[in-house]
Design a protein around this ligand. Sequence first.
Ligand code: 5GP
Ligand code: MN
Length: 455
Amino acid sequence: MREGHLEETLRRIIAQALVDRVKDPRIAFVTINEVRLSRDKTSAQIFYTVLGSDEERRKSMQGLRSSAGFLQSIIGDSLRLKTIPRLHFRYDDSLDRSFRLEEILDDLHSGPEGEAERSEEMRFIPYPPPPDLVEVFREHHSFRLTTHVNPDADGIGSLLGLGLALEAAGKTVQMVRHEDGPSAFSVLPGYDRAVLPGELQGEDEVLVLLDCHELERIGPAADGLTGREKVVVIDHHLTGDGDSEGEVQWIEPAAAASASMVHSLVGAMEELSLSGEVASCLYAGLITDTGGFRFSNTDATTLHVGGDLVEHGADAAALAESFLHRRSPATLRLLARVLDSFDYRLGGKVVLARMTRAMCEETGGRMEDTEGFVNFATSAEGVELVALLKEVDEQTWRVSLRANDPYDVQRVAETFGGGGHAKAAGCTLQGPVEEVEERILEALSRELQMETAEG
Ligand code: 5GP
Ligand code: MN
């Protein structure tokens, strides 16, 4: 079945089942607008709208979530599919978006007297956040902001940007960093006030997960939670097989960085402002996740968001210098060792690379400061897939995976319990390094064959 056709068929089956089979009053006013299947067809995003108040909208979300399993079984009965996609419901804000456009047009027509007010109001919001998410930030007072372990600048930048914006609006915020981040983090405003998980104090009303959507991914930052917190997710990673957390989930795979989503959230809330400090944190996240606006996640919107952040005070050259260019001599010595480890396999299409603790000790380089090392392998002519193995301990290896078009390493990472994006993903494997290498190589070889077969 062609993909577009299958998506439309799924839409009809789900819409019909909601009317005929799911006996839940909470979903009475739901319309299913669109179904989007993931590339591997293992998950589907279901876009829907609700007629009615915010309260009704919240209830329908709960109703839809609780009927997902039943709907999946109906799909399984109706269609002969290799895998039944997992259903993820997303409120479709494209209607809200067009209302916003009308408002802006109205403003434009309102004449010169509205000028000062309008320049204040003209905010660029390419990824409108779900209304129930905005509501949580409005209604609650204390927030614990977290990101994934081994945080990158997108995780930390999104966290600091949102944290500073909320603080400026009078909210109480605990921003949680992880130990041993990259040295460049120290230039970010607010980083010196971020606490380690062990330094958290008291309870917070809301737990926010940034740049990840699974509680396991925030590691010790989840310690000491009471279970009473409202959990909110802001992430641009595709939902993998792991169960997503959060009563309010905002996942926007089209956004190049989580920082772009926070930029829209700040824009959508009149009570928050995009200060120079907030813009700097977000810009750092945006440039690292796009490799300096070079990766395939860079589209026109990515660049517009970057432009807006610079307009609001982010120093593009200084941040690029800190996050993309400057390295300590020790880090460069470590890079030399990693480059030297490149092992070209499968006819030169795959590079296996290694970074061991011994290399770090011998060069004085820190593993946290090696962002971008893996990309040197994707630049080699003829290379399609890359795996860089980083030693955590003798039996534990963190693997960074990269792909050139049309290959997809997210599905590779997922088979090992990891995740990420199509072109950049990661996972952790246990065992001696030779064994880990062979398992990864086998999975990459399958990915090469699958694409060759499909294309
Ligand atoms: P990196 O190789 O730069 O560490 O990670 C590449 C991408 O994969 C990032 O978006 C990162 O968040 C994601 N990623 C890395 N390791 C894991 C993992 O173990 N689990 C999941 N879900 N994502 C990961
Ligand atoms: Mn990210």
